[in-house]
Ligand binder design. Structure first.
Ligand SMILES: Cc1cc2nc3c(=O)[nH]c(=O)nc-3n(C[C@H](O)[C@H](O)[C@H](O)COP(=O)(O)O)c2cc1C
Length: 187
C-alpha cells in the first residue's frame, strides 16, 4: 500500500467489494459503510484481504454483486482462515481492530499479516481505466441517492472511457450502465 487512499477490492468471507485502504503516517485504515456486507463481515470476523488488480470489470462487478464461489481462493494466514480473489495480481491480508462506529461508518485499523505479488506487469496510465473507477464510485452513490449531479459525473466519465479506454474498460462501462438501469428500475 502506498501513502494516500489505495482503491483495492476487499475480500471478506466469500464477499468482495471495492474499498479504499487509507495509508497515512504509517497507519492503514478503512472506513466502511455500516450498510455494507463488508462492514458486517469485518466486524464479525476481524480480517480483510486487499486484492490488487488492473481489471476494470472486476471493480464494477464487485461494487454491485459478489463473484461466483470459484473466483475465491481459501488460504490461512496468521492462523486465520481467509479468502482472496483467485485472479488478484497481488494481495495483502490484514487482521482488523475496530476503532469506532461513527455515524454511518465503521472505522478499522488494518494490521498486515501476509502479502504476495502473483503477477508483476507494467501498466501505462490510462484515463479510461481511471474513469471506470470514478464512474463506479459515483454509481454506487447514485443508485442510492438518485442525485442528478452524480448522473452527470457518470456520463462525463463514460465519454472519457469511450475516448481513452480499451475493450475491457468499454466492457466495464457497459456492465455499469446495465447495473444502474436495473437498479433504477427496481429489478
Ligand atoms: C473505487 C471504489 C471505492 C470504494 N470505497 C469504499 C470504502 O472505502 N468504504 C465503503 O464502505 N464502500 C466503498 N465503496 C462502495 C462499496 O464498494 C459498495 O457499497 C459495495 O456495494 C459494498 O458491497 P458489500 O455490501 O458486498 O460490502 C467503494 C466503491 C468503489 C467503486
Amino acid at each position: 500500500m502506498r501513502e494516500g487512499i489505495n482503491e483495492v477490492i476487499a475480500t471478506t468471507a466469500m464477499n468482495a467489494a471495492p474499498v479504499g485502504v487509507i495509508a497515512r503516517a504509517g497507519t492503514l485504515q478503512a472506513a466502511l459503510y455500516l450498510t455494507s456486507h463488508t462492514a458486517e463481515l469485518v466486524e464479525r470476523d476481524r480480517w480483510l484481504v486487499a486484492n490488487l488488480t488492473h481489471d476494470p470489470v472486476l471493480y464494477v462487478q464487485t461494487a454491485f454483486s459478489d463473484p461466483a464461489p470459484e473466483a475465491f481462493l481459501q488460504f490461512t494466514a496468521g492462523g486465520i482462515s481467509m479468502c482472496r480473489l483467485a485472479d488478484a495480481e497481488a494481495w495483502a491480508a490484514f487482521s482488523v481492530e475496530v476503532v469506532r462506529k461513527a455515524g454511518a461508518t465503521l472505522l478499522v485499523n488494518l494490521i498486515p499479516i501476509a502479502e504476495e505479488i502473483c503477477d508483476l506487469q507494467v501498466y501505462p496510465v490510462n484515463r479510461g481505466f481511471s474513469s471506470v473507477i470514478e464512474a463506479t464510485v459515483h454509481a454506487t452513490r447514485y443508485c442510492v441517492t438518485r442525485d442528478p449531479w452524480l448522473k452527470q459525473l457518470i456520463d462525463h466519465h463514460h465519454a472519457i472511457v469511450r475516448r481513452c479506454g480499451g475493450p475491457r474498460e468499454l466492457e466495464a462501462m457497459d456492465l455499469l450502465t446495465r447495473e444502474i438501469s436495473s437498479r433504477l428500475s427496481g429489478q
